[in-house]
Design a protein around this ligand. Structure first.
Ligand code: LLP
Length: 420
């Protein structure tokens, strides 16, 4: 058996499931996203184990990586899905996830999206405002189909993560204030085509201090217990996602501590729980392989210019995110400090700044690790750059995930206007 993920062989070359990474770029070109189903499965099963003490279902947060085959792979392992748009809904259906396993989250579901979701009888809507409730009720009444509703609480907790992915503080657009939950939950019961199913919370992503989860979940439970005392049914609690992963070292997420938090609060509890993990399931199972185009030296700075750019991986630019970068072949040798940058015409187009790395030659390959989540899925075609190819490694074989448009395909979709 090969080690999971992307590992070095005895010649120090990077492999996945016994396949050399450079043979994959030879076949598919560069830049290239590669995903290892071996590690995806392992991560899913470890998470399943983490929450096995409590009654609960796993809903893969599709936004982390919405490739149909990746959704399908988690679906086969038993996952449902957490979606935030009807586009993601259609991807889930194409991936074989049935609507009764789909949770629809997000602050801005429009009425067309709501209608499609209700017609298909999705498991539940996690709603984020009273206004949204009335929109859903209107559509549900028109269709005469009952919609299951869960209220997302905003507990006003700052979980010490990057500002742009912190979602549980009062000033963010997410969730309903704690104090308003009671009156809205009561209102749910007065609407004919609305079926209240519980409460949910998601305070953000990349969270390492699990006391914040404990705080958010115990608040959720307190509110739910109060509602139950008042005579309301609160069958489910949705605990969201957000577990942090280690981008800067080869270390597993802290499943043990998460298990303690969950067991502490929900062991023997009557609530049926939902979990919405995204990043922990897929981030480490993906890498982006890129080719060095050129080494450039300014007076006191080195630049390694690569063929991947912020249109392939925007996390460093957007969140100052760190991704480990290594040469595919050469790991020993002289080390230099360099900015590792793409060809896009913006100073913000970088993958790493002031990074210590083995000196590389033009045409050498580098891997950018931990790019399975929130990477290719956030791509763009800025600077008329085409999408990177993506391949999935399954049972020792590589499979292209989708056809990518070349630049002529892209241009052919533009409508040419005759100016006179
Ligand atoms: N549930 C809800 C309602 C969410 O909004 C999210 C993520 C998740 C679950 C999954 O969270 P995870 O387990 O993946 O942390 N683009 C950013 C991350 C945005 C996360 C958005 N919501 C990044 O690259 O770091």
């Amino acid at each position: 058996m090969h080690p999971l993920g992307f590992y070095r062989d005895k010649n120090n070359e990077l492999n996945v499931q016994g396949i050399k990474l450079d043979s994959l770029t030879e076949k598919y070109g560069s830049p290239l996203f590669i995903y290892d189903t071996g590690l995806m499965k392992e991560r899913y099963e470890v998470f399943q184990n983490t929450v096995k003490n409590v009654k609960g279902n796993i809903h893969y947060a599709v936004k982390a990586n919405d490739s149909v085959n990746i959704i399908k792979f988690f679906g086969k392992l038993g996952a449902g899905a957490d979606i935030v748009s009807i586009g993601e809904f259609h991807k889930c259906i194409a991936a074989g996830i049935t609507p009764d396993k789909i949770i629809f989250s997000g602050v801005g579901k429009d009425k067309n999206e709501i209608e499609i979701a209700i017609r298909n009888k999705i498991l539940q809507f996690n709603i984020e405002s009273e206004e949204e409730l009335y929109d859903i009720n209107q559509v549900a009444s028109k269709l005469k189909i009952t919609a299951n509703i869960c209220l997302r609480i905003n507990p006003d907790i700052a979980p010490n993560t990057h500002k742009k992915i912190s979602t549980g503080e009062k000033e963010t657009k997410f969730g309903i204030d704690n104090e308003d939950i009671f009156s809205i939950y009561e209102k749910l019961h007065k609407l004919q085509y609305i079926n209240p199913v519980g409460l949910g919370v998601h305070i953000g992503s990349q969270i390492f201090d699990f006391n914040f989860f404990h705080k958010a979940y115990s608040n959720l439970k307190t509110v739910a217990d109060k509602l139950k005392n008042d005579g309301f049914k609160v069958p489910t609690l949705d605990l969201g996602g957000g577990i942090g992963i280690y981008y800067d070292e080869n270390k597993n997420p802290d499943f043990e501590t998460y298990k303690k938090v969950i067991s502490d609060l929900f062991l023997d509890s009557e609530y049926k729980l939902s979990f919405e993990p995204g990043r922990i399931l897929i981030a480490e199972a993906g890498v982006l392989v890129t080719k060095v185009i050129r080494n450039k030296k300014n007076k006191d700075k080195n630049f390694i210019i690569i063929d991947a750019a912020m249109n392939n991986l925007i996390r460093p630019t957007l969140y100052d995110a760190y991704h480990r970068i290594e040469p595919v072949k050469k790991i020993s040798g002289k080390k230099i400090i360099a900015d590792i940058v793409g060809p896009i015409c913006e100073t913000g187009d970088f993958i790493a700044l002031n990074r210590k790395i083995t000196e590389v030659n033009n045409n050498d390959l580098l891997i950018i690790r931990t790019t399975g989540a929130y990477s290719s899925v956030m791509k763009s075609n800025y600077n008329a750059r085409v999408d990177a190819v993506e391949v999935l490694i399954y049972n020792g074989n590589s499979y292209k995930l989708k056809e990518t448009d070349n630049i002529l395909d892209i241009i052919s979709k533009e409508k040419i206007i005759e100016f006179i």
